[in-house]
Structure formats: C-alpha cells, structure tokens
Write a protein that binds this ligand. Structure first.
Ligand SMILES: Nc1ncnc2c1ncn2[C@@H]1O[C@H](COP(=O)(O)OP(=O)(O)OP(=O)(O)O)[C@@H](O)[C@H]1O
Ligand SMILES: [Mg+2]
Length: 127
C-alpha cells in the first residue's frame, strides 16, 4: 500500500480485490509448489508509475530499492514474500511501465487451524 502511494505521486487508483479459490490438479499449473486446497486470492493494483522488467525481476529481493537514501530500504516486499511463502502461500508482481502494478497474493485457507483454535479457547474457558 505504501509502495502504491510512492508509485502514484500525482494520485491515482488503488484497487483491492479478494476472492476465494480452489487450487488443485490443473489449476495448480504455474503455481507448481502450492498444495491443492482452498486459498484466498488478494489483488492489489495501482495505477502508478509501474516497473520495468529489470525492477520487476528484483522486486522481492531483500535490500532492492529504487528509492533514494532514507526513503526506502528495500525490505517491504522481501518481508511480504518471506511471510507468505512460510504460510504456504504465493505472491507475484506484474506491471507495465507507465500503467501501474498489480500484486497477486494467494493465502492458504486453513479450516483445520481455525477449528482447533476454536477448541482451544473453549477448553480454556473450562479450566
Ligand atoms: N506498487 C509499486 N509500483 C512501482 N514500483 C514498485 C511498487 N512496489 C514496489 N516497487 C519497486 O520495488 C522496489 C522494492 O520495493 P520494497 O517495498 O521491497 O522496498 P522499498 O519500498 O523501496 O523500501 P521499504 O519498503 O523497505 O521502505 C521499490 O523500490 C520500487 O522500485
Ligand atoms: Mg516498500
């Protein structure tokens, strides 16, 4: 979000979309290392400056920044990437210079985990 703000010094549109999706079999193509199951897909799209191929290729690398000293350290997206990969999710960036950038995130939905969290708080109530 802060990146989108930086990328739109003259203002613009920030669009957020979310939906649930099922990954399995052929849908996992191109997302080869994702387990099949249900995911929440988030898209964050801005109408800002966009990124060239070179920037796009490095966007998730730690300490990669195009911002002047004191403005960015290049850790924002590296942290997003690391956190999402650890949860078993996926993140990708696409962009056309001059036309904005889109970040697509897939986060696994864990029904089992929310059920066990529910049980935990119920048993805590009784102890
Ligand atoms: N929405 C965007 N539009 C255009 N360029 C972007 C966008 N998001 C990221 N970038 C590019 O990717 C680089 C890395 O982004 P990242 O968020 O990791 O670091 P940063 O914003 O430079 O610094 P930090 O987030 O640590 O303050 C940015 O410097 C910028 O060049
Ligand atoms: Mg940033």
């Amino acid at each position: 979000m802060l990146n989108a703000r930086d990328a739109m010094p003259e203002g613009g549109t920030l669009r957020l979309e979310s939906r649930q999706m099922e990954i399995g079999g052929s849908a996992a193509q191109g997302l080869s290392d994702l387990e099949s199951g249900r995911y929440v897909e988030l898209r964050v799209a801005d109408s800002g400056l966009g990124m060239d191929r070179d920037t796009l290729d490095q966007v998730f690398e730690p300490f990669f920044t195009t911002k002047e000293e004191g403005r960015g350290v290049g850790l924002g997206l590296a942290m997003v990437h690391g956190t999402i990969r650890r949860t078993g999710g996926f993140v990708e960036a696409s962009s056309t210079p001059g036309q904005g950038s889109t970040f697509r995130l897939l986060l696994p939905l864990s029904e089992d985990r929310s059920r066990s969290a529910g049980r935990l708080s119920a048993s805590e109530l009784h102890s």
